[in-house]
Design a protein around this ligand. Structure first.
Ligand code: C2E
Ligand code: MG
Ligand code: MG
Ligand code: MG
Length: 284
């Protein structure tokens, strides 16, 4: 009886795998078409100085405007993109679009920084530091207005190579932040191995800050640790004022979350967050 069950579940398992493969191939084809049809957009989410809510930066977050399904979340398609032949093409598009946008904002008198999320393929193939340098040169963007966010899966690659690349990028004046800090297996050891400029506390620790003393302890220690290491610390996923206030009381400098603003198209971001700043600039 056990055998039948095993064979039976084996068949079901195979069918599931086949279905998943088919779904993946369909999605890959759709994504390639989407790239051709320019269906990708970058949204921008404000990053603020927590103590006074003033704008310091924007994180560029990719969106797929699907003709039928509407906006699709990157959580749904980026894992496929990152493991497909499209990866480099889309990563380059993100980097170029974000730099052009940042330069446009810089030219209009703002000093808002723009952060991009690195894809794993960007460390595997080609020379990332060289592409970043070329892009800064081509757009004229001030390097300190660009930030790169990396996650632990990226740091898992050939350590010496990554280290070398980070150094060269930082020498350009571009900052590198450790994204989703605390969710990986070895976050602390990466702080020691890599010359990072800052870290972003993952939103999963920030959500429960007010109600869960473990989360509060983890966030509090991470902030303390960052300060001792001379790193900038940014809290993600701040959804209400009480959480923002609590983070300030723990010494956190910067934050990002729906409480301050959701990711939005560039024009909306300009209207909501840059208009005031630019008026001040032109009045001065
Ligand atoms: P991430 O880099 O950690 O980005 C932060 C995510 O948290 C964003 O999700 C943002 O919308 C969400 N978020 C921000 N504040 C809040 C909040 O207060 N509450 C809640 N519930 N969520 C909040 P999003 O835009 O869906 O992106 C998900 C992930 O997809 C990103 O996580 C990043 O890892 C990846 N991703 C997004 N855009 C790109 C891109 O252009 N390139 C690459 N390689 N990855 C990207
Ligand atoms: Mg990020
Ligand atoms: Mg994050
Ligand atoms: Mg994340």
């Amino acid at each position: 009886r056990a055998k039948t069950t095993r064979r039976g579940s084996h068949v079901v398992f195979e069918a599931t795998i086949r279905q998943e493969l088919e779904n993946r191939l369909t999605l890959e084809r759709e994504l390639a078409l989407a790239a051709d049809r320019r269906e990708f957009e970058l949204f921008y989410q404000p990053q603020v100085r927590l103590i006074d809510g003033s704008l310091v930066g924007a994180e560029a977050l990719i969106r797929w405007r699907h003709p039928v399904r509407g906006y699709v979340s990157p959580a749904e398609f980026m894992p496929v993109v990152n493991t497909s032949a499209l990866s480099e093409r889309i990563a380059n598009w993100v980097m170029e679009t974000a730099c052009r946008q940042a330069r446009a904002w810089e030219l209009s008198g703002s000093d808002v920084r723009v952060a991009i999320n690195l894809s794993p393929s960007q460390l595997q193939s080609g020379d990332l530091a060289h592409s970043v340098a070329a892009l800064l040169e081509a757009t004229g963007l001030t390097p300190s207005l660009l930030e790169i966010e990396v996650t632990e899966d990226i740091l898992l690659h050939d350590e010496r190579r990554v280290l070398e690349m980070f150094k060269r990028i930082q020498e350009l004046g571009v900052r590198i932040l450790f994204d989703d800090f605390g969710t990986g297996y070895a976050s602390l050891s990466y702080l020691k191995k890599f010359p990072l400029d800052g870290l972003k506390i993952d939103r999963s620790f920030v959500f429960g800050l007010l109600s869960n003393s473990d989360d509060a302890a983890i966030v509090g220690s991470t902030i303390g640790l960052s300060k001792q290491l001379g790193l900038t610390v940014v809290a993600e996923g701040i959804e209400n004022r009480a959480t923002a206030d609590f983070l300030v009381s723990m010494g956190c400098e910067e934050g990002q979350g729906y409480f301050f603003g959701r990711p939005m198209p560039a024009e909306a971001f300009e209207k909501q967050f840059l208009a005031a700043e630019l008026q001040t600039v032109s009045a001065a």
